[in-house]
Write a protein of this length. Sequence first.
Length: 80
Amino acid sequence: MFKQGKMTSNVVGNLKTFSSNELAFFAVLFFAIGLYGTLMFWWFDPQFLRADLTGQINPSYVIEALFLPVSFFMHIACYI
């Protein structure tokens, strides 16, 4: 959305209360947490193998991996 020839932050909704520096910090933080959760789930502590052996997985890896797509939207909001 443009107002007087400049891009406004109305499109990001509630995130417009944060500064660009804060959103950049959260984008990097959420990316790091999401990448950690994804790497641990798939490669360093494979959960499907663990589920086959014990019937349980570590749910914290799943929750941490969900931070990865959130970091993308934080990055876009930081740019706007």
